[in-house]
Design a protein. Sequence first.
Length: 83
Amino acid sequence: MSEKYHPTGRQIAAARTLIGMPQPELASAANISVPTLRRMEASLGEATGLSNNVAAVQAALEAAGIIFVQPNGGGAGVRLASA
């Protein structure tokens, strides 16, 4: 795939919950504010916000072991990377 995948707000919220990371911790890891993260997680569809902020949140979650599953007929999701 030539383009980077952009997660949905619900995927970000689900990923954060899956690894037990509070919003302030993820916001700090992505170097964004908690209100910015809250707005991203509340997005319907693709996460809204500055693209660099969304990318930073995605990178922080991926570094913590999250894999973003693209919609492939079964819907978008998240899972933990195998150890």
